[in-house]
Write a protein that binds this ligand. Structure first.
Ligand code: ADP
Ligand code: MG
Length: 275
């Protein structure tokens, strides 16, 4: 803690979650601003694994659309994650404010999320909690980058482990063990389908006041492109969503295939163009 406060001036609160508080901070030497996530260890007793998995994941990732971890301080009771500061607010609030996004804007945002998710999946990491509250804009300008944050629920899916088990005694291995490969990452593609739907019309594909009824809709993959909201939205956009909101995860597009979908390719920025 002393080491932390010697280096950083800790400022105003930026947000909070169940186990943590996020505050703005300034490096006293350079004037550079950061966000510090302060995790109360006592509140996550029994969930230490979750904290360590978030830390280990953040240390590994470096991508322009993922909030990066700068450094880490630990005391008896608390954990301080010094992270890149984003100032553009949550995508959730932008959707509420704007109502919805246009097709080109939506496709570009989704393209950025997909390239970050594809990068994570190649590292063997599934985010598992993608939603507009966990997506933030880098700054307040119109060409701000969308950034993935909050790795609290992420999991490194250790394929080697699965394969080792499977290869040990191949004659005995059950199909679902072999099939587990790719299972955890496919949840992110479902979430991206939901996010794309919300971006385009401003309301979610699955909605019920009552959770049991909501789960029933999700389990059936029961959603519609309702009129009049979807009347002027392209066939490609609907095709893209319908290939992500697929109940059978094996038939769902993976990140690489989703990036190659015509709707994404149509609006994808040129190599040298910033989004
Ligand atoms: P939790 O795991 O507790 O949900 P999050 O990582 O989602 O914590 O952070 C909680 C809130 O703090 C976010 O919704 C956001 O408003 C704010 N926040 C988180 N990280 C940053 C950051 N790097 N820069 C600016 N604000 C942030
Ligand atoms: Mg969160």
């Amino acid at each position: 803690m002393d080491k932390l406060t010697r280096r950083y001036e800790i400022g105003q609160a930026l947000g909070s979650g169940a186990f943590s508080e996020v505050r703005q901070a300034v490096d006293k030497n350079t004037g550079q601003q950061y966000a510090i996530k302060i995790i109360d260890k006592s509140k996550c007793a029994g969930k230490e694994g979750m904290i360590h998995s978030e830390v280990n994941i953040l240390k590994k990732v470096k991508h322009e659309n993922i909030i990066s971890l700068i450094e880490l301080y630990e005391t008896e009771t608390k954990l301080y994650l010094v992270m890149e500061l984003v100032t553009g607010g949550e995508l959730f609030d932008s959707i509420v404010e704007k109502g919805h996004y246009s097709e080109p804007e939506s496709a570009r945002i989704v393209y950025r999320i997909l390239s970050a998710v594809n990068y994570l999946h190649d590292l063997g990491i599934a985010h598992r909690d993608l939603k507009p509250e966990n997506l933030m804009f880098s700054d307040k300008t119109s060409n701000a980058r969308i950034m993935i944050g909050d790795f609290g629920l992420s999991k490194i899916f250790n394929e080697e482990e699965v394969m080792k088990t499977a290869c040990g005694t191949p004659g005995y291995v059950a199909p679902e063990v072999l099939k587990r490969k790719g299972y955890s990452r496919s949840v992110d593609l479902w979430s991206i389908g939901v996010i794309t739907y919300i971006l385009l019309v401003g309301y979610p594909p699955f909605y019920e006041e009552n959770n049991a009824a909501l789960f029933a809709l999700i389990m059936k993959g029961d959603y519609e492109f309702d009129s009049p909201y979807w009347d002027n939205i392209s066939k490609e956009a609907k095709d893209f969503i319908s290939k992500l909101l697929v109940v059978d995860h094996e038939k769902r597009l993976d990140a690489r295939a989703a990036i190659e979908h015509p709707w994404i390719k149509r609006f994808k920025p040129e190599e040298n163009e910033l989004v």
